[in-house]
Design a protein around this ligand. Structure first.
Ligand code: NAG
Ligand code: NAG
Ligand code: NAG
Ligand code: NAG
Ligand code: NAG
Length: 359
């Protein structure tokens, strides 16, 4: 299928993510209006395709929600978390493109890139797509409208975002009046040093789920476990914590278990650790592909209501909700590996967002 580059012109579009999508003619009047997202602006072109450029499919789920999968023609990364995308690739419907050979991209109208720093001088058809830079969960999800604009699917993009947002807000309200707010430490271990997260969207998730982040008065962020003073401070802080989310990146998620977590904490006397007595140490790597791409960076971006529902279960366990993204380390929950066989729908139909029951 031919796509005419000049239809997009050479606007310096700043859009991140990937896949190739072909569009129809622009329907004037059907435009998306932004409510929450802070990092994108709206531009219109006539026809387009999208190509995945960066790691782990940040926008693939958005593409699936819009029903655009059949029009995706190429990707540049084999690190893909989406089972349906893997299926399409296995069926030969998707071409693997080589980032080092820019001429491969010239046939497409638009090439969505995940990072605006790593590219050579960019051709007109490069578009940066950066939902991950947004500061709050809903802002990230609203990037579906951004893709919708390129696919002339504004109406569906608006509907999906409205459904996701209203479900998310309903969940927020369902826990807003909880008097007891569990204290959560979202932390990562790197090179012998623990650090508490400063990522705004994670802090926002905890607040929205009815939890409390570590006290702002704790202004030291990093703790070197080889330092006795640091260990004492870390020990004191952890004694105030009810729930730990261990966001440590690892090349071996299956091998990351409670033993390793406790070893990394390196504190002998654990008697004051509430999160151990409540058995509440979690990781957000429950869903990953066979080649270890985390769905946290893909599906979770577009369906923040699922992450929030997980966190509400983490903070206020009902015992009858199965989390999607979080696994309990202390209960020895293993990650779940997803392959093309886990794509249960026809790749030619749009995916529907999962709406959580919410009173
Ligand atoms: C906007 O989209 C709707 C639904 O896709 C369609 O019925 C309507 O004709 C469109 N409006 C314009 C002005 O194209
Ligand atoms: C991509 O292209 C570069 C430069 O042409 C080449 O050296 C490299 O082997 C290619 N990679 C793959 C995976 O084909
Ligand atoms: C942690 O502390 C040890 C001992 O003081 C030191 O050798 C090491 O470089 C520190 N690590 C980092 C990442 O600062
Ligand atoms: C944790 O993993 C390590 C190595 O991956 C293994 O030796 C150990 O037995 C595991 N611990 C538990 C409790 O499964
Ligand atoms: C399980 O869920 C049902 C409705 O979804 C609710 O009525 C019930 O109270 C829940 N059970 C527990 C133990 O929270």
């Amino acid at each position: 299928m031919e796509v005419i580059l000049s239809t997009l012109g050479c606007l310096s579009l700043l859009l991140v993510g990937g896949g190739i999508v072909e569009g129809a003619a622009v329907k004037a009047g059907n435009m998306s209006k932004l409510e929450d997202a802070a990092y994108f602006h709206i531009y219109y072109g006539n026809t387009f395709k999208v190509i995945k450029n960066d790691l782990d499919g940040k926008s693939y789920l958005l593409i699936q929600l819009l029903g655009l999968m059949p029009t995706m023609k190429g990707i540049t990364s084999e690190k893909v978390a989406s089972p349906c995308l893997l299926k399409l690739y296995n069926e030969g419907e998707l071409q693997m493109l080589n980032n080092s050979e820019p001429q491969q991209f010239s046939q497409y109208a638009a090439h969505f890139v995940g990072d605006n720093n790593n590219q050579e001088p960019q051709a007109c058809n490069y578009i940066t797509f950066v939902p991950m830079d947004e500061q709050a969960p809903l802002q990230r999800a609203e990037w579906i409208k951004y893709l919708g604009i390129f696919a002339n699917e504004e109406v569906r993009a608006n509907e999906i975002y409205d459904a996701v947002k209203s479900n998310y807000m309903c969940l927020v309200n369902s826990v807003a009046s909880k008097a007891l707010k569990p204290v959560v430490a979202w932390m990562e271990f790197n090179d012998g040093v623990w650090s508490f997260t400063e990522e705004a969207y994670k802090l926002k998730y905890i607040e929205d789920a009815g939890g409390e982040n570590l006290d702002d008065s704790i202004n030291k962020i990093t703790y070197n476990i080889s330092s006795i003073e640091d260990l004492e401070l870390l020990n004191a802080i952890l004694c105030t914590v009810d729930v730990v989310i261990d966001g440590t990146l690892t090349p071996d998620p299956f091998g990351y278990n409670a033993t390793l977590f406790l070893q990394n904490i390196n504190i002998e006397d654990k008697s004051c650790f509430g999160f151990l007595s409540y058995q509440s140490v979690w990781r957000h790597d429950k869903r990953l592909s066979t080649d270890l791409a985390l769905d946290w960076f893909d599906g979770a971006v577009s369906q923040p209501q699922l992450v929030l529902a997980d966190l509400i279960e983490v903070l206020f366990p009902s015992g009858n909700y199965t989390t999607t993204y979080f696994r309990n380390l202390l209960k020895e929950e293993p990650p779940i590996s997803l392959g093309p066989e886990d794509c249960t729908r026809d790749t030619f139909t749009a995916m529907e967002p999962t709406i959580i029951t919410c009173a």
